[in-house]
Ligand binder design. Structure first.
Ligand SMILES: [Fe+2]
Length: 246
């Protein structure tokens, strides 16, 4: 990792991203941050990197992460209060990262409230083991109801790596794509990095997200964004992150 980036240090400036729309910084809800103190320690550094707004997206995944607006929104209020007490100034919102499975389908059909952001965007994911059988169906149904689904880290679904045309199909049916910043650093391995770069080259990326789960992610990210080659990789990506500022 970072082999290409020797001796190319710059002052990190992620203000061209501005809004992070994928993280697990709300503590104690999923496999992300555990303690509020650790959340604060990371969040207080994010404005220094150029972020002005964070949209936290805890997993909602059937019996594993049984999150909902009922527990996510109070956690957001708790974290906001802690940030205020620590004089940390950054806009904070909460949404979710929805696993597309049959439980999601059932919840959607039951008309339960979905946590969206911006222009009715909804962040969705699938398992790393196998594609969601109902994925395309749910993308269609979400779009019919006026939602704009964003697939989290498409580059991390290895089962599509040898089938790049399928990414184009997902784009064609109206799915937006969010690449993980650390995928571009090779953090999740070379094949993921390669596909992330190809998605960028093919102009298929709409958002960059941190997908921060813990301090190791944050430390790796800080190292990566202090190298000028990161900025070369992403300079022509027509990112929609900043549209989320309002
Ligand atoms: Fe995530």
């Amino acid at each position: 990792m970072f082999g290409l980036f020797k001796n190319a240090h710059v002052v990190p400036d992620l203000s061209f991203i501005g809004v992070d729309m994928h993280s697990h910084l709300l503590p104690g809800l999923d496999d992300g941050l555990v303690n509020i103190e650790d959340s604060i320690a990371i969040i207080k550094e994010l404005p220094l990197l150029g972020y002005t707004k964070l949209i936290c997206t805890p997993h909602i995944l059937s019996d594993y992460y049984k999150n909902s607006p009922e527990n996510i929104l109070p956690k957001l209020a708790e974290l906001q209060m802690a940030l205020n007490e620590n004089n940390i100034s950054i806009k904070l919102e909460a949404s979710a990262e929805y696993m597309i499975d049959y439980d999601f389908e059932e919840m959607f059909h039951a008309g339960k409230q979905l946590l969206t952001f911006g222009k009715n965007y909804i962040l969705v994911e699938m398992s790393y083991v196998a594609p969601s059988p109902n994925f395309e169906k749910m993308i269609f149904e979400l779009r019919i109801k006026g939602f704009s689904p964003i697939l989290a880290h498409p580059e991390r679904y290895n089962f599509y790596h040898q089938n790049f045309e399928y990414y184009q199909r997902l784009k064609n049916i109206g799915c937006l794509f969010q690449v993980n910043l650390l995928s571009l650093a090779g953090y999740y391995g070379k094949p993921v990095e390669r596909v992330a770069l190809k998605l960028i080259k093919e102009n298929m990326i709409d958002f960059i997200g941190t997908d921060l789960h813990h301090i190791n992610h944050f430390n790796a990210m800080k190292t990566f964004v202090a190298h000028k080659d990161f900025y070369k990789i992403v300079k022509d990506v027509p990112l929609k992150n900043k549209s989320l500022l309002v």
